[in-house]
Ligand binder design. Sequence first.
Ligand code: FES
Length: 257
Amino acid sequence: MMAFSPETHAAAAEIIARYPAGRSRSALLPLLHLVQAEQGSVTTEGVTFCADTLGITQAEVGAVATFYTMYKRRPVGDYLVSVCTNLSCALLGGDEVFARVAERLGVGHDETTPDGSITLEHAECLAACDYAPVMTVNYEFYDQVDPDSAVAIVEGLQAGERPAPTRGGPLCSFAETSRQLAGFADERPAGVAGPGVGEPSVAGLLLAEAAGWRADQAPAPLVAATPPVAGQGTGPAAPAAAPVPVPAPASSERKGN
Ligand code: FES
């Protein structure tokens, strides 16, 4: 078994100590990120390390490591570029973004550039549909990219730069990000200083404020008035729900106006 560094052993002990006695197996997820931080993927040695450290079987570790997409079975470069090609992003050009980035890097899905620096992957929804199409580098967001801007980002990476993400802190290496995902804080002051929520994420809130909508004035739950589907249930069909009136936004009611 390949020896992990003393730092990784110490970090593993620190992670396990966060959990109640007798519940150390709950530390598996951060421990997998930890071994990935040292080796660039969850290797056979990493699986064995987690199993031995937590007193569980390699099969149990493997079952978890192969279930979640953030645990990599092949070495990842310094930068993991994930291009979302799920529905919202696909409708707005995500596939073309992926194709152009793949062409520029000369690699396809789940492949790494020959110099070992950049790994590319298709990603399912990255939970940022309000900024579609999006891509991430080491899980930091680059919002509303297009093929040209996405290629410019990976060209920056190839030139040794770290293009600033749209939100969040400055870019880290994959190893640094993996260590943070294991539960160790980003030591950089700027790491938590970047922009957080953007306007698309609060568009509904702003609309509600503009319209003067309040949660305690919401209409009765629609589900209570929804008629049963034919063939389901035993009682008579309930009358169709009356349409719920939707007030028009009144910009004059916005705060500050
Ligand atoms: S579909 Fe791309 S972020 Fe949701």
